[in-house]
Every structure is written in structure tokens, then in C-alpha cells.
Design a binder for this molecule. Sequence first.
Ligand code: NDP
Length: 327
Amino acid sequence: MSFKAIRIDKDEQGYRAGLADFAEADLMEGDVTVAVSHSTINYKDGLAITGKSPVVRRFPMIPGIDFAGVVESSSHADWKAGDKVVLNGWGVGETHLGGLAQKARVKGDWLVRLPDAFSPAQAMAIGTAGYTAMLAVMALEAHGANPQHGPALVTGAAGGVGSVATALLAARGWTVIASTGRAAEADYLKSLGAAEIIDRAELSSPGRPLGTERWAVCVDSVGSHTLANALAQTKYGGAVAACGLAQGMDLPASVAPFILRGVSLLGIDSVMAPQARRREAWRRLARDLDVGKLAAMTQTIPLAGAMQAGRDILEGKVRGRVVVEIG
Ligand code: NDP
């Protein structure tokens, strides 16, 4: 028995990804087999598909760090055939065969029940990018931040994490300042709830250790100088949730915001986040995310389109989210 999948190989012929037939017998160990109906293209999937960064640790690999689908068979106590599930992270698509395929075999402990509020397609429109945006908002709230403290900056705003973060923060009453390199997406970002659009060039070059206090919190998916400048312009006692590296993995910052303004830098990891936090994030997404806004930020492609979408996301050409309909 075989199924359709995106397959990545690395050998003497080089690094390549393409649509292929994959033998079910070659699936990796796991106590739950899922018929995958939808996956997505996240930034990390772009890195895996193109080989631009060494995120794939085993070959052949099926990329796809997330998926939604229906349990086909299970020997795990929590899951039975017919259950609708979502998976984010846990090394799936990196060290364990991933979601850009008609089938996945994973540990039942990795799965989250699909919230009633979402179809599988909507859950993947959120995907790991949107779930990470929710983790970032939860971290800022746990820090004690609230909209009375000042505006919220979102960097990489027209991307996946940024689009969902913009919609979530606006829905919670924050005045959102959206930083983007794509001025043409201003109307799109305002439709998600952004109050102000700034040019990402304001933040992407080396800056001063401290600047004018402009925002109380930030969800940053960009890293590098952008994160350093976001910290330097955060108000006294504020917090920045760092979740991405679209500009770079470096952090050319000083300690000034921390020791002179009591600013906090909150690290956000979606891959190994404990189950309780995941369930809470999905519960909060079901409560707080306007599915109309979700539709506006989403495009849908077939499995065969994953390679092009992977290249596009690394070039910053993708607006919002890409759902892959597995079919
Ligand atoms: P996207 O490509 O959809 O969004 C990234 C956005 O960053 C782009 O749309 C663009 O926004 C901006 N950007 C791109 N290149 C640059 C650059 N050179 N300088 C400044 N801004 C840039 O990716 P995702 O939203 O899927 O992921 C965003 C980041 O978050 C990635 O680095 C990803 O690896 C990370 N991530 C981390 C997770 C975690 O667990 N911590 C989970 C999910 C994602 P615009 O056009 O608006 O400027």
C-alpha cells in the first residue's frame, strides 16, 4: 500500500523535494495512524523543502510540521478511529515523517483534539504559525500585560505568525502597530485589526541601545536587528515575545532595555510546548479568533503546489497563511 506525499531526499544527486508515492510500510514508529486531510506551509516547511537550512535530520523525509486529519487506527488509550485531530511540531517534518502526505503515523501523546469551532481546513489555516501567535499572546498576558499599558507591535505582520497575532491582539482590545515591508498590504493588515502600519525598514537596521518608548508589548517573528530595535523601543516594564528569525537568528542588542526599563524578553517555542499549553492555545484560538478574518488571510493549494509555496514563503511573498489540501 502506498500514499501520496512530498518526499525530500539528500544523496549524491543533491537535495531535492517532489511529489512521490510513499510506502505505508516505510512510515515511522507511532501508536496512531492518521488520514491527513490538510497541512500547511510554514516558514520552517519552506526551509525543509528548499534545504536552505538544515532543519531536516533524516532522509528520506516527508516535510510538514503540522497536519489535521482523522484517526485511521490507534493503539493509544486516548484515540480511536474516526477522532478528528491536529498536530503541531514535536519534530514532525524534521526528524519524524511529516504532514505533507495523505498519511502520518505519530505518537498519540503528540495529538490535540480538533476544536469543534474549526474544520480541519480552518485548523490548518491557523497552523503552527497561528498556534505560535497564540502562545505569544498567552505569554504576554501571563506577564501581566494589558491594552491599557499601550500599543502592541507586531513584526513580520503580513506573514503567517504576524497576521494571526495582529487579529488576535486587536480582538483582545490592543491597539496594534503592524510592521511590514509590504506597503501594499496596509489595507489587508487594517482589515485584520491593525490601527497603524509602519515600514519594517524603521526597525531592520542597527539602532540605538534605547529609543523612544513606543509600545508596551511586541510579538516578533523577525529576530536580528528588528528584535533589538523592538526591545529598545518597548515601554518601561513591557515585554517582547520572540518567536521567529525571518530577518536572522542573531540578536545584536544591548542589555539596556532589560536593566534600565525592566523590559522582559519572552521566548516562544511551539515545537516542544507541553500538552496543557497546546490545549489552552487551541481553546483560546477557538474563542478569540474571528474565522472571517482567518478566511481573509488564507489561500489554499494542492499537495503538488507545496514546492513552489515553500520557495515563496522564504522570499517573503506569502501573505498570511497557506493551507495545503491533501485530497
Ligand atoms: P512568514 O514567511 O509567513 O512570515 C515572516 C514575515 O517576516 C514575512 O511575511 C515578512 O513580513 C517578514 N520578513 C521576511 N523576511 C524579512 C527580513 N529579511 N527582514 C524583516 N522582515 C522580514 O513565516 P511564518 O509566519 O510562518 O513564520 C515567521 C517566523 O516565525 C519564522 O522565522 C519561523 O521560523 C518562526 N516560527 C517559530 C515558531 C516557534 O515555535 N518559535 C513557530 C512558527 C514559526 P512583511 O512582508 O510583513 O514584512
